[in-house]
Structures are given as structure tokens and as C-alpha cells.
Design a protein around this ligand. Structure first.
Ligand SMILES: [Zn+2]
Ligand SMILES: [Zn+2]
Length: 263
């Protein structure tokens, strides 16, 4: 699977550094050109031709930094594609998206508005812990994690490889127990939002710091598993990077916008 990093942060910010500027963007990963894992960055990170290839959007939860590029995608694709874009997650997330965003107040309800043949968006409710197949021979299984609102991480697999995407999470158990049992697990994407000095905020907002990240990663029991880190809050990015560099984890990568990961 080819995973393209459109956004690897917990917000959007242009960060000025000594060697130039870095544009931090909200969470969004494009898998095999067709499947989005969260949609904090989607339309603003892809050309129109690339957006026309997106068939599925899997959401971890309803927080804005994970959904906010779905409306511009719909605007851009309007009248241009024959297929429906399937937006999938557990029912509370799909229902919440329609109730709070696509509600004909904040944004038109493109789950209902009929184009020449059908609506652009199609909602698909997923059952936690039940595997379903999505586009291009890829199957996904949502696994509940521990965040301030109902949130799922995902096991994503094809015939060759499997990887895990944690969504936003605090200390959690089940997804790591699942990870420990997957024989061809090639990588795990785990969020980190705040540096250790902001532990109180991390606990209150149910996120992870580098110390908590290491603790969660150890639960999988595979110390040589590649670990990919994302969801850093841009204003504290440098402190987080320094603390991750000090973790004794063999194969850790802090994801950056524009990067590609092949699993
Ligand atoms: Zn988030
Ligand atoms: Zn969140």
C-alpha cells in the first residue's frame, strides 16, 4: 500500500524556522490514490484530477481537524464525477457529520442532493470490530479507542501488508491487543499531540505525549515494528520532535506533509 501524507498535524499553521517555512496541515492520509484516512487535509492538498480519484473517506471521529476538507472536496467534484464518494465510520460519526455539518445550514446536505444520477456523498455506517472491504482490494476494521468523543482507529490491510491507524487517542488497550495478533503488520501510525510538559492538557483532551506514546507502543510487544507519528500540535512541534528523538524506539518516523510511506 502506498500512503501519501497530506496532513500530519493536529491543526493548520505556517511555521517559520531558521531554514525556511513549514506548512503544517491537519490530519489526512491518501492510500493508493483512492482511500482517505481522515479528511482534515484533502481538497487543499490534491489537484482536481487527484480529487476525482478519491472513492472512500474513512473517518476516525467527528473533530473538525479530521473532517474539515470534505465540504471543499464536494464543491470541487460537483458535476465532474460519476461515482459516489463513500464516507464511512461508526454510526455516531456519520450521523454527526450530517447533523452538524451537512445540515443545509452550515453546508448543503450533499448526502441527499441528487445530481444527474445520484448524490455525490454516500454514508456508510461501520460496525466496530467488523472487517469490511473498501476500494482496491483493501479491507478495514474499526477498533474503538479512548478519546473525548466516540473514536475508532483502523486496521487497514490488503493481501500483502497490514497497518494500524490510531485516530486520536489517549491510553487505550484493544487496538494494541489486535495489533499484537496481526502476523503481517508492517507499521503503526500513532498520534502524539503535546510535549511532556503539557501532560495535564494531554490527559484532559485525551491525547498522547511522547512519554505516553512510548508506553502505548510497548503494549504491542513488537519493538522493531516501524512506528509513524502524526497529529503534533504545530505550535509545540519542535518540543515534541526533541522528545521523540530521545525515545528508545528503534524505527520511529515523524510524518511530514508530502511524505510517502510504502507498506
Ligand atoms: Zn485531532
Ligand atoms: Zn480529536
Amino acid at each position: 500500500m502506498k500512503i501519501r501524507v497530506l496532513g500530519s498535524h493536529g491543526s493548520d499553521l505556517l511555521v517559520k524556522g531558521s531554514t525556511g517555512s513549514t506548512l503544517c496541515r491537519s490530519v489526512g492520509f491518501l492510500v493508493n490514490d483512492e482511500l482517505m484516512m481522515d479528511a482534515g487535509t484533502l481538497a487543499s492538498g490534491l489537484t482536481l484530477a487527484e480529487q476525482q480519484r478519491v472513492k472512500h473517506i474513512l473517518l476516525s471521529h467527528l473533530h473538525l481537524d479530521h473532517i474539515k476538507d470534505i465540504p471543499p472536496l464536494v464543491d470541487n467534484l460537483s458535476g465532474l464525477v460519476d461515482h459516489q464518494v463513500v464516507v464511512a465510520s461508526v454510526p455516531s460519526v456519520i450521523g454527526g457529520l450530517q447533523k452538524h455539518i451537512f445540515n443545509d445550514v452550515v453546508f448543503p446536505n450533499f448526502f441527499n442532493i441528487q445530481g444527474p444520477r445520484h448524490s455525490i456523498l454516500r454514508a456508510k455506517g461501520l460496525e466496530a470490530k467488523k472487517e469490511v472491504s473498501v476500494s482496491g482490494g483493501i479491507s478495514v476494521t474499526p477498533i474503538p479507542v479512548n478519546h473525548t468523543v466516540e473514536t475508532v482507529g483502523y486496521v487497514i490491510r490488503d493481501d500483502i501488508a497490514a497497518w494500524i491507524y490510531s485516530g486520536d487517542t489517549h491510553l487505550t488497550e484493544e487496538i494494541w491487543q489486535v495489533a499484537a495478533r496481526i502476523p503481517n503488520l508492517k507499521g503503526v501510525f500513532i498520534e502524539v499531540s503535546f510535549p511532556n510538559s503539557m501532560m495535564d492538557i494531554a490527559i484532559q483532551s485525551k491525547h498522547l505525549t511522547p512519554t505516553l506514546l512510548a508506553q502505548e507502543f510497548r503494549k504491542i510487544g513488537k519493538p522493531d515494528l516501524p512506528l509513524y507519528v502524526y497529529h503534533m500540535k504545530p505550535t509545540v512541534r519542535e518540543a515534541i520532535l526533541q522528545e521523540i528523538a530521545q525515545l528508545e524506539i528503534e524505527r520511529v518516523t515523524v510524518l511530514e506533509e508530502g511524505q510517502e510511506v510504502e507498506l
